[in-house]
Ligand binder design. Structure first.
Ligand SMILES: Nc1nc2c(ncn2[C@@H]2O[C@H](COP(=O)(O)OP(=O)(O)OP(=O)(O)O)[C@@H](O)[C@H]2O)c(=O)[nH]1
Ligand SMILES: [Mg+2]
Length: 369
């Protein structure tokens, strides 16, 4: 078989020799259009959980090749995990090519969200994180929202260039390209997407009318995202798939919130105030006194405090304590990468301690909504 034959769903090199290895395709499937590997077939038809961790070194080298091309780069960010899905040092890979920052999964924010405010917030966040962007667009690739503006911006920035779509795993790169293919072209192909990170395995070129292409890429794996370190079956609990319903807790100092036994939030010091939790509504929150928290955890982790189950807990890194100070006069929120964020509504300041699996990214930021 030609070595270059690639799966049109995930980009893997196809082979017909080893059914248990990546890229396997049975002979009869080669006659179908589009040609997809067995793994993509299973993900697509049986929702199978077969995510891979693409070799990061190979992939980052591939990404570095963008610097030597004349292209437009779409950097997709997941609005549910903004700081966690941001590629730090993006310029290193893409050189001086322009970046269109696309913030995806906007359907997860409460319906009343003001998109213009979010755009301003995103521009400021990008700047603070050292990311130079030509423009910002918000969308929901899944629901097809925001595409008129996105396309206008894409057209004006592209000017006859190839378009590379890059981002962390699971940000929605393939879903976004599928939406473009389906609504704005008559191509047959469909990229494979799934609930689990690590779906796309190689670059996939999709031709555009002018001889250029839009290129899907594998996601970058960031271990600082809870969604990368929890066992796969937990993802459907951890990640929301409907608009987040924020839940408000009035807390006195020395009170604790448990998010299952995934994360613990201690309000260590400060005047009584309310905290709003933007997390998946499938993770039960348990409130207790700080002085009882250690004991409660020891007795009830993985059971009353679940998810995860006790078995799953064994596969998750141990907690470390991260102290966070929210200054007086600051309306801030604490992002816990993969879990969501908690907004401190008071402006009297607060001392908080987050207990989260070691390595989890915690960021304090100005509030998004
Ligand atoms: N709620 C919501 N979910 C989305 C949106 N776009 C994508 N998703 C979901 O996010 C998950 C990942 O989507 P993919 O398109 O496979 O993400 P990807 O960036 O290509 O992921 P990798 O190939 O693993 O890097 C899937 O469950 C999608 O349905 C969106 O706009 N809103
Ligand atoms: Mg993909």
């Amino acid at each position: 078989m030609e070595e270059e034959l690639q799966c049109e769903g995930c980009g893997v090199h196809l082979q017909m020799d080893d059914p248990s290895a990546l890229g396997y395709v049975p002979e009869q499937a080669l006659l179908k259009i589009p040609v997809i590997c067995q793994r993509c077939f299973r993900i697509k038809h049986y929702n199978e959980m077969t995510s891979e961790t693409p070799n990061q070194d190979d992939f980052l080298r591939m990404l570095g090749h963008i610097a030597h091309t004349r292209s437009l780069v779409i950097h997709i960010i997941d609005v549910f995990d903004f700081e966690g899905s941001l590629i730090s040092g993006l310029q290193r890979f893409i050189g001086s090519n322009p970046v269109l920052l696309v913030v995806n999964k906007m359907d997860l924010l409460p319906k009343v969200t003001n998109w213009n405010k979010v755009v301003n917030w995103v521009q400021k966040q990008a700047k603070d994180n050292g990311l130079k962007v030509a423009d910002v667009a918000l969308c929901s690739a899944k629901k097809g929202i925001g595409f008129d503006t996105l396309l206008k911006k894409l057209d004006s920035l592209r000017q006859g260039r190839d378009v590379y779509v890059v981002g962390a795993t699971n940000a929605g790169k393939s879903t976004l390209i599928n939406r473009l293919i389906k609504d704005y072209s008559d191509l047959e192909s469909e990229l494979t997407t799934s609930h689990y990170p690590g779906t796309t395995l190689n670059m996939v070129r999709i031709p555009l009318d002018d001889g250029k292409a839009i290129i899907d890429t594998p996601g970058i794996v960031y271990k600082h995202r809870l969604s990368e370190v929890v066992p796969k079956p937990l993802l459907s609990t951890l990640l929301p798939d409907k608009p987040i319903k924020p839940v408000v807790y009035q807390l006195n100092e020395k009170q604790t919130l448990f998010f299952g036994s995934l994360v613990r939030f201690d309000f260590a010091r400060g005047e009584r105030q309310s905290f709003t939790c933007y997390t998946s509504n499938r993770i039960p929150v348990h409130r207790t006194k700080l002085e009882r928290a250690d004991e409660l955890y020891a007795q009830h982790k993985g059971e009353m405090l679940a998810p995860p189950t006790l078995d799953q807990l064994e596969h998750i890194p141990h907690w470390t304590r991260v102290p966070v100070s929210i200054r007086k006069g600051q309306e801030a929120e604490i992002l816990i990468s993969g879990l969501g964020w908690i907004k401190a509504n008071g402006t009297q300041g607060a001392e908080v301690v987050i207990h989260a699996p070691e390595g989890t990214k915690i960021a304090v930021r100005k509030s998004l909504i």
